[in-house]
Design a protein around this ligand. Structure first.
Ligand code: 13P
Ligand code: SF4
Length: 337
């Protein structure tokens, strides 16, 4: 793995130092000064190259604060990033997230250069199912529509009727007007959707390696240790966790919920960087921070983003025939959502 010292950056000049000072004031509670001294030259150089390359940086809510606040043009959940990718005028999209997110951008913008700073930034959900699995399911359940979570490969999307994200899954399932729906691949998101609708769901056994590790007991301990704490959880968590939570939603849904709540102490049952990023926006909330890292999201670093912009690689490519089929499923979701 590349380290910060491997990608060389020019020293900050006084003008750049002054320009970055207000940004550091904003994030100083979540980025120690000694780390900022390492990040700041990368941020300045990435900003310069971004303009030169006519590039836009999309960053998922799980990216580290120096990426989320330092270099991202657009931040959001999977749905928000897909929507923004579809709208952008930039010629180059740098996806600070995982591979399926970059593939979704490429599917929606086949003519653009889509970069992912580390090709190995995968996802346990995307790995859990193949296009052949879907063909078998269709044979077993003829005529039953297939909804796939966007956390899947382009090949899997291409075999699907429609995609969904965690923020629109219930609406998408209900939009099909079918009594039964095959819902793939996250069994826990599937169980949560099933609890919110009368549609019968046929599920797969996939799981997110980050969220499946949380337990209901753990949440009960937080309540004992922090009486009155408000617990928010992502729907990729197991059912006993969601039963214990006060609110369940997509990453952006959790942020929106906080902006409408008067909670003073909060625990976010999701990936580590979420609490850091959200703490900057809500300085009056005390965040209890359980930490389950997504190792794939954490592959994206400032030096890798810089290298990616310098070399315009690694590029995400999708076979045009597969992209066409997959686009149908993603665009259908965007229409419904
Ligand atoms: P969101 O769509 O809620 O951002 O979730 C994406 C993801 O990978 C969660 O683990
Ligand atoms: Fe995939 Fe889970 Fe990481 Fe999200 S947090 S990218 S679902 S492994």
């Amino acid at each position: 793995m590349q380290t910060q010292s491997e990608a060389r950056v020019p020293e900050l000049n006084p003008a750049q130092r002054a320009e970055l000072a207000p940004l550091y004031e904003r994030v100083r509670d979540v980025i120690p000064e000694v780390e900022w001294a390492v990040h700041a030259p990368y941020i300045a150089e990435i900003e310069r190259l971004k303009r030169e390359r006519n590039a836009v940086i999309l960053a998922h809510n799980y990216q580290t604060p120096e990426i989320y606040y330092g270099i991202a043009d657009i931040t959001g959940d999977s749905l928000g990033l897909a929507r923004e990718a579809a709208k952008t005028d930039a010629g180059v999209i740098v996806q600070c997230g995982v591979h399926f997110m970059a593939e979704t951008s490429k599917i929606l913008c086949p003519e653009k250069t889509v970069l992912i700073p580390d090709m190995d930034a995968g996802c346990s959900l995307a790995e859990s199912i193949t296009a052949a699995d879907i063909r078998l399911l269709r044979e077993r359940y003829p005529g039953v529509p297939v909804v796939t979570y966007v956390n899947t490969s382009a090949e899997v999307k291409a075999e699907s009727d429609i995609c969904c994200t965690s923020s629109n899954a219930v609406d998408i399932v209900e939009s099909l007007n079918s009594e039964r729906v095959i819902f793939l691949p996250d069994q826990y998101l599937g169980k949560w959707v099933a609890s919110q609708t009368d549609v019968e769901l046929i599920l797969w056994q996939g799981a997110c390696e980050v969220h499946e590790r949380f337990t209901g007991d753990e949440l009960r301990r937080y309540r004992e240790q922090h009486p009155g704490v408000h617990i928010l959880a992502h729907p990729e968590c197991p059912p006993d966790v969601l039963e214990e939570a006060d609110f369940t939603g997509s990453t952006s849904g959790l942020i929106k919920h906080l902006s409408q709540s008067d909670a003073r102490q909060v625990v976010m049952i999701t990936e580590c960087s979420m609490s850091d990023n959200v703490a900057v926006e809500f300085p009056n909330i005390d965040f209890v921070r359980p930490c389950n890292l997504c190792p794939h999201m954490k592959r994206i670093t400032l030096p890798k983003v810089l290298e990616s912009l310098r070399t315009l690689s690694p590029r995400v490519e999708v076979d045009p025939a597969i992209a066409r089929q997959a686009r149908r499923a993603v665009e259908r979701m965007l229409e419904v959502a």
